[in-house]
Structure formats: C-alpha cells, structure tokens
Design a protein around this ligand. Structure first.
Ligand code: ADE
Length: 235
C-alpha cells in the first residue's frame, strides 16, 4: 500500500478521479480513499493546509494502513533561481523553516527538531524513489530540480523571508506540508517522497500567481505521481 497526501482538493483531483474500487473511511474529519491506482494499492487523502493537518494525516496512514511509501504531492513556491511556474521539484530532503529555538542561545541551528532521541534539521526523502520520480518527471517533459523542500505554516510572499530560507537551508522550494509528512515518516521508519510543481515565486506576486496557476501546477505534480505508480508495475 502506498499513501498519497495532498493539502488541497485540486492537488489530489487527478489521482482520485482515476482511483478504481474506491472505499472511503473518515477519521478525525479527513477522508481516506483506498483502492487501486495505475495498478498499485493506494490510500489517498486531502489533509488540509499546514503542518499539523499533514502530520495528523500521515500518522493516521502509518497506523492504519502501514504504507511502504508515502508520497506528498502538490504545488510550491519557487526558491531556487531559474525555477519557473510549472517546473517540478522532487524532494531530496525536507526542513521545517519555521521551527526555531535559536534565541535560547545554546547554538541550536534554525529548523532543529528533536524526536526519537535524535536531532534533525534535514528530514530524509527516500533516495531511490526520488531518483525514480526525477527520471519519470524528465521523461514526461517537465523541467525538474531535485532539492530540499522548505516547509512552514506560512505562505511565503516576500523577498526577505524567501532569501533567508534559501541562505539558511539551501532550499529549492517552499510549501506547507512536506516537512511534517517527512517528520512523521522518519518517526515511523516509512520511506517518503515529495513531488512539488511550482505555482509561484514566493515573492510579492505570489498570492495572485498561486491562485492562477494552482490548477495546472497541481496536475503536473499529480501526473508525475501517476506515472511513477504505473512504472512500479512494470519493474
Ligand atoms: N505553496 C505554493 N506556493 C507557496 C508559497 N509561496 N508559500 C508556501 N506554500 C506555498
């Protein structure tokens, strides 16, 4: 079973529309759709925006369906130079850019997370899946950048915050769920992957661009996930 999580209906619509033998279970206010997609057993969910919603959903999937992989798909703001609307970032790792205990003054870095007796800043994405997703996205004609995904409970729309996230974490894109899903996956030893299509530049024009390009960018990301699922049946 592969778990697939998106924050918004628009980001999951393409995949849900192709789900066969659908069953729906509602838990803690979220619908979980199980069935077959491109030949693979999947559980799909629209988790809602932000880290708590994403974590709640990922943990529920881990406990109830024991997924062998969770994929987060959706849109993101561009951070890396040269990324444009419609391009795709495949996560090599995720960070939580709004996690900050630096003012305590004991030298902890921005983004530090403590769990499972360990210290984390970069939360891993599964290297094998990331490579495969990158190949598939390229084969589908997308411009693809594998890179760090920066997650926080903020819609990034100003150049100063954008520059700080790039300088601090070397991130390629920003969004609001991937780092929480990667966190839950690391805590449960479940491999995770993040596929994000660029909807905006995370600067002054971000809100308008996001609203305009969400539908098309969301489909770009979901289409790559669909092709990835199909490719698993062929190997
Ligand atoms: N998702 C899409 N664009 C975003 C942005 N600029 N900030 C945070 N999440 C996003």
């Amino acid at each position: 079973m592969i778990g697939i999580i998106a924050a918004l209906d628009a980001e999951l619509a393409l995949l849900r529309g192709k789900l066969a033998d659908e069953n729906i279970r509602t838990l803690s206010g979220t619908n979980y759709y199980t069935g077959t997609l491109a030949g693979q057993g999947v559980v799909l969910a629209v988790c809602g925006v932000g880290k708590v919603n994403a974590a709640l959903c990922a943990q529920t999937m881990c406990l109830l369906w024991q997924p062998t992989l969770i994929i987060n798909t959706g849109v993101a703001g561009a951070l890396a130079a040269g990324l444009h609307v419609g391009d795709v970032v495949i996560g090599t790792a995720a960070v939580q850019h709004d996690m900050d205990v630096t003012d305590i003054g004991v030298g902890d870095p921005p983004g530090l997370l403590l769990f499972g007796g360990e210290r984390w800043v970069e939360l891993p994405c599964d290297a094998f899946t990331t490579k495969r997703l990158t190949q598939i996205a390229e084969a589908n004609g997308a411009r693809v950048l594998p890179g760090v995904v920066a997650t926080g409970d903020q819609f990034i729309h100003d150049s100063a915050r954008k520059a700080w996230i790039v300088e601090t974490f070397g991130a390629a894109c920003c969004e609001m769920e991937g780092g929480a899903i990667a966190h839950v996956c690391a805590a449960n030893a479940v491999p995770c992957a993040i596929v994000r299509a660029i909807s905006d530049n995370a600067d002054d024009g971000a809100a308008g661009d996001f609203l305009e390009f969400l539908p098309i960018a969301a489909q770009n990301g979901a289409g790559i996930v669909e092709e990835y699922l199909r490719s698993r049946g062929q190997t």
